[in-house]
Write a protein that binds this ligand. Structure first.
Ligand SMILES: Nc1ncnc2c1ncn2[C@@H]1O[C@H](COP(=O)(O)OP(=O)(O)O)[C@@H](O)[C@H]1O
Ligand SMILES: [Mg+2]
Length: 221
């Protein structure tokens, strides 16, 4: 099953297969677990991602998941969530297409194609990443997502992108929209605790505790 953004009527299932693009697709070097490519094409600049498992289960089956219906498949769920977040005016990439391929009765493989954010770098590698104001603005952005109810289950600093000073959030696999609320919630704390751990590992070259304090200030404002 192919789900397509009407803005890309030419998209086909082949677009979701890295082999189709040949030299036009190159692996994303940093910040992922593999299975992601930058695609350069006449139709635009895209990011292609296959859903792959990490950890121990990956040894059994790295790319296939238990099928429990298309709407619940990883790719369709992420595509829909991205559309919802965009409708709320939140800074997330535009989904182009999602593909789910059944494998036998019980399993499926999936991929998603997104519009690439031009000139984006993950926060730890962004120019001026040690600018306190950038971290405050990151906190404000995360607060807007949290107020909207977005529970980002893999909130790490490589999933925050900076492009020309603008901030974006990416990588919504398994994430969900909870009821919108400005209140403090345990899941919001869990998101932030995970991000803090990732910052402490990825940003060791700078005075990250100071930057983190700025982020919290922006978040709480
Ligand atoms: N829409 C996008 N525009 C630009 N770069 C992206 C985009 N989506 C992903 N990337 C880059 O690819 C990396 C991996 O993508 P991500 O969605 O985080 O998958 P995963 O972490 O599961 O490998 C990101 O850290 C980022 O560097
Ligand atoms: Mg990621």
């Amino acid at each position: 099953m192919l789900l397509r953004n009407p803005a890309f009527p030419a998209a086909t299932a082949q677009w979701l297969q890295p082999g189709f693009w040949g030299e036009q697709a190159r692996p994303v070097a940093v910040g992922g677990r593999g299975g992601a490519w930058f695609v350069h094409s006449d139709a635009g600049e895209f990011v292609l991602r296959q859903y792959l498992r990490g950890g121990l289960v990956a040894r059994l089956s790295r790319a296939s998941y238990l099928f429990t219906g298309y709407r619940r498949s990883r790719a369709i769920a992420e595509f829909r969530l991205l559309q919802q977040l965009r409708e709320l005016g939140l800074p997330v990439p535009e989904p182009v297409a999602a593909l789910v391929c059944r494998r036998g009765l019980w399993r499926y493989r999936a991929a998603i194609l997104l519009r690439r954010i031009a000139g984006a770098s993950p926060l730890p590698e962004a120019p001026g990443m040690d600018d306190a104001l950038l971290w405050q603005r990151t906190g404000q952005m995360l607060r807007a997502f949290h107020d909207a109810g977005l529970d980002h289950v893999d909130l790490n600093c490589d999933n925050i992108l900076v492009a020309d000073g603008a901030l974006w959030l990416i990588d919504f696999d398994r994430c969900r929209l909870r009821p919108a609320s400005r209140e403090d919630k345990p899941w919001k704390r869990r998101n932030l605790a995970r991000l803090r751990r990732s910052v402490s590992k990825r940003c060791q070259g700078v005075a990250w505790p100071v930057l983190w304090a700025g982020l919290l200030e922006g978040y709480r404002r």
